[in-house]
Design a protein around this ligand. Sequence first.
Ligand code: ZN
Length: 104
Amino acid sequence: MKCDFCSSENAKYWYDAPGFDVYTVILRQGETIGRSAGSWFACEHCAELIDKGDRDGLVDWAIDAGLRRRVFKEETIPVVKFVMTIIHERFFEMKRGDKNPVNN
Ligand SMILES: [Zn+2]
């Protein structure tokens, strides 16, 4: 299972958070073109940052991971960081309860 934060292939946990319109949040458009499904998968490292409430650390880690995997280019970091911060803020707002282990 893929980590929804840093995209590593090794998600160990999931968090329950009611679905929300990701792209509506970002673009502030009336129509929904993307939606968070309601559960967020996290690898060991991201779960640790989430549980500590280290939001900056989580964004920085996800950006470093994205750069390593060439998901986006260096020059787009400011935009990626901006968007990612908004999405993560929503996640922290919506998150219900503690992490749950992924059953493999
Ligand atoms: Zn992760």
